[in-house]
Design a protein around this ligand. Structure first.
Ligand code: SAM
Length: 299
């Protein structure tokens, strides 16, 4: 099980899969930290994130404020950019008329609750490991008093069960225009599970549906990258019992996704998201060059 101690590297926040959402909790902590900044300084804003963090971690961070702030500041760049980029993409897709949002590996994603444009227009399916999800459901009830009508929870372990039937039994409609989010997920599941998920999306969604995800290059996952940060990310994942399992070869994103039937394939590099979001006080903030975002559509 995870030791809930503060860690100096964003990759070190991931923890083993047992128990509710330690990886998800680490990411929520980065969102909570960013959200505590003034409006004109923060890259992303998630007022719900703080509710999912173990009070012991908050206590530790409060007692070691300078050390904690410096470490988070230096190591959260790509994560907060990812949250912001995905938020902007979700809003754009709502404007373009999506009727369903499926969040695979949802963790403590709060978009269903904080993106107001969603309400009354988009049905949200949160798909996640049962252990993580049951904790989230209780927390959401505590925060909001109830589960909003537009949100449906689909507890599933991708590695041992198929999510197809569960999603359909919860009311998923394969003919509607849908956005699928896989944030901080693909690198931790097997290539087979990745393929199964992408096939499902391509074969079971309405015209104009889209998928958005982040990924590492395959050289990080198989250990052939000589970059120190790549080795650190890989080794830490192994050490935590959460080995990286899936990456995409440099230059092969288009071929990889088009084989499943996707088009309008876009890759977003760290230089691009840094340029888009990191200005003023954030100008010199680090981002991780190995974290890519991608999106594509089904036409
Ligand atoms: C790093 S967290 C990211 C959470 C969230 N998407 C975010 O960005 O804050 C990874 C999520 O994937 C889920 N996950 C990992 N392996 C899974 C599996 N085999 N089946 C279902 N969910 C899984 C975890 O429960 C966790 O919520």
């Amino acid at each position: 099980m995870v030791k809930n101690e503060y860690r100096q590297d964003e990759t070190k926040i991931y923890a083993d899969k047992e128990g509710p959402a330690k990886m998800a909790e680490g990411i929520a902590m980065l969102r909570a930290y960013e959200s505590s900044k003034p409006e004109d300084e923060r890259i992303c804003y998630d007022p719900y994130a703080i509710n999912f963090i173990n009070p012991k971690i908050l206590d530790y961070a409060a007692k070691h404020r300078d050390e904690a702030s410096a470490a988070v500041e230096n190591n959260s760049g790509s994560i907060v950019a990812r949250v912001r980029y995905f938020d902007d993409f979700v809003k754009k897709m709502i404007e373009q008329g999506i009727e369903q949002l499926v969040i695979f590996g949802a963790g403590y994603d709060s978009r269903a609750y904080r993106i107001k444009e969603m309400k009354g227009r988009v049905k949200v399916f949160e798909v996640d490991h049962p252990g993580t999800q049951s904790f989230k459901v209780e927390k959401i009830k505590e925060i909001l008093g109830t589960i909003p009508e537009h949100v449906v929870f689909v507890p599933v372990d991708f590695e041992t069960e198929t999510f197809r039937e569960k999603l359909f039994s919860k009311g998923y409609n394969p003919s509607l225009k849908t956005l699928f989010i896989m944030e901080g997920l693909l690198m931790y599941i097997t290539p087979n599970s990745v393929a199964e998920t992408l096939s499902f999306i391509a074969e079971n969604s309405g015209q104009g549906s889209a998928v958005i995800f982040d990924y590492f290059p395959e050289s990080v996952v198989d250990g052939t990258s000589k970059l120190k940060i790549a080795q650190d990310i890989r080794n830490f994942a192994i050490q935590q019992g959460e080995p990286l399992q899936f990456g995409i070869k440099d230059g092969e994103l288009d071929e990889f996704l088009s084989n499943f039937g996707f088009s309008n394939i876009q890759k977003i590099t760290s230089e691009e998201y840094k340029k888009a979001y990191f200005h003023g006080k954030n100008e010199n903030r680090n981002v991780c060059e190995l974290v890519y975002f991608a999106h594509a559509t089904i036409e």
